[in-house]
Write a protein that binds this ligand. Structure first.
Ligand code: NAD
Ligand code: DAU
Length: 348
């Protein structure tokens, strides 16, 4: 079995690639990644010499290249994670998100359809998506698989659009697909533009912790390795043409999460309790900021037996430990272009 994983040098993708390469030695795993600012071969350095692993540097927006790759390799399965993934960047440059997330997904769908069209048996296109497609919840309620799409940011609109195209290729051409919509991930290898790794990096460097608005926004956090476990399960056992929501049963208001993080970081750094909290700075809110996300993950739990394996306190501690054990990773990813991004986003 030959499987293409896209975006496997990124945060979630690297954990998925590692899991597939190590757990399925009889599969040939191809990792296709353009190595944008968010892609980093250091994330998967430990598996690069595995016999069943192949890295392909390439861009999913390049239709001719994608067509040729699929014609040459005749993949049996696709796990599609490559994307522009940061909401703040999508507010500054929405078109980049349409190109990669919508057109890039279209190119993969067309190339997949072209090689599978006459024999769909045993084939599967797995599209990895987000809970943000459902828009914002109020104080009550949970997103289920039947919640209507109502995306608010350019990022979530691009992901919603790609979800619709995947489903449309299933309905129109019979393409065998499955989609998952997951809540906020955290864990090792998370790029320090997202809340948790940004704040870990800033605390280490005694920089302000920019909390958007009043900090009373809620997210449902899931340890990245539990997401990779879910992707493995859905890829192998999920019903075709179905959607599964994946979440951590783990809602936190941003401000409470930041306080917990500060507490754990003070312990780790041997600083006096309360030291890191002094870095909290309330800044201008994100435009169109969704109030609350929370996933009802009972379908994947009941049908496939998946549940998170790591508590938030434990996962957060392991995440902090990883950043302390890999200081050179943080230095590499925060040099150059990151500094420019940071000053445009936070110091303008
Ligand atoms: P990420 O930004 O860390 O990684 C994205 C990867 O895609 C990078 O390796 C990058 O180089 C690659 N990439 C970007 N554009 C590409 C292109 N044009 N061609 C080929 N490769 C390209 O993202 P992530 O947080 O790991 O998210 C992975 C997927 O999971 C995305 O589809 C995202 O929408 C989805 N998702 C993320 C979260 C989360 O909390 N991070 C939650 C739910 C779903
Ligand atoms: O819900 C799943 C989504 O989670 C994924 O699809 C996205 O790819 C991923 O980036 C994430 O989106 P969020 O916008 O929720 O994540 P982010 O880490 O950017 O922000 C989390 C919360 O923290 C959000 O309410 C905004 C807030 N925040 C974020 C940053 C970067 C701040 O208050 N300050 C910040 O500096």
């Amino acid at each position: 079995m030959k499987i293409l994983i896209t975006g496997g040098a990124g945060f979630i993708g690297s954990h998925v690639v590692r899991r597939f390469v190590l757990n399925y030695p009889n599969y040939e795993i191809y990792n296709l990644d353009a190595l944008t600012y968010a892609g980093n071969l250091e994330n998967i350095a430990d598996i690069e010499n595995q016999a069943n692993y192949h890295f392909v540097k390439g861009d999913i927006t390049d239709a001719a290249f994608i067509d040729q790759l699929f014609q040459e390799q005749q993949f049996d399965g696709v796990v599609h994670l490559a994307a522009e993934s940061h909401v703040d960047r999508s507010i500054k440059d929405p078109l980049a998100f349409v190109k990669t997330n919508v057109l890039g997904t279209m190119n993969l769908l067309n190339a997949t359809k072209a090689i599978w069209e006459h024999n769909y048996a045993g084939k599967r296109f797995y599209h990895v998506s987000t809970d943000e497609v459902y828009g914002a919840l109020g104080a009550e309620g949970l997103f289920t698989e039947t919640t209507a799409y109502d995306p608010n940011s350019p990022y979530s609109a691009s992901k919603a659009s790609s979800d619709h195209f995947v489903r449309a290729y299933g309905e129109t051409y019979g393409l065998p697909y499955v989609i998952t919509n997951c809540s906020n991930n955290y864990g090792p290898n998370h790029f320090p533009e997202k809340l948790i790794p940004l704040f870990i990096n800033n605390i280490i460097n005694n920089k302000p912790l920019p909390v958007y608005g009043d900090g009373n926004y809620t997210r449902d956090w899931l340890y990245v390795i539990d997401h990779a476990r879910a992707i493995d399960l859905v890829f192998h056992k999920g019903e075709l043409a179905e959607t599964y929501n994946i979440g951590g049963f783990n809602e936190w208001k941003n401000i409470d999460l930041v306080k917990l993080l500060c507490e754990q970081m003070d312990l780790k750094l041997g600083r006096e309790e309360g030291t890191s909290e002094q870095l909290i700075t309330f800044v201008k809110d994100r435009p169109g900021h969704d109030l609350r996300y929370a996933i009802d993950a009972s379908k994947i739990n009941k049908e496939l037996g998946w549940e998170p394996s790591v508590t938030f306190e434990e996962g957060l501690k392991q995440t902090i430990d990883w950043y302390f054990d890999n200081p050179e990773w943080l230095v590499h990813v925060t040099s150059g272009a990151y500094q420019e991004y940071y000053s445009k986003q936070y110091e303008a």
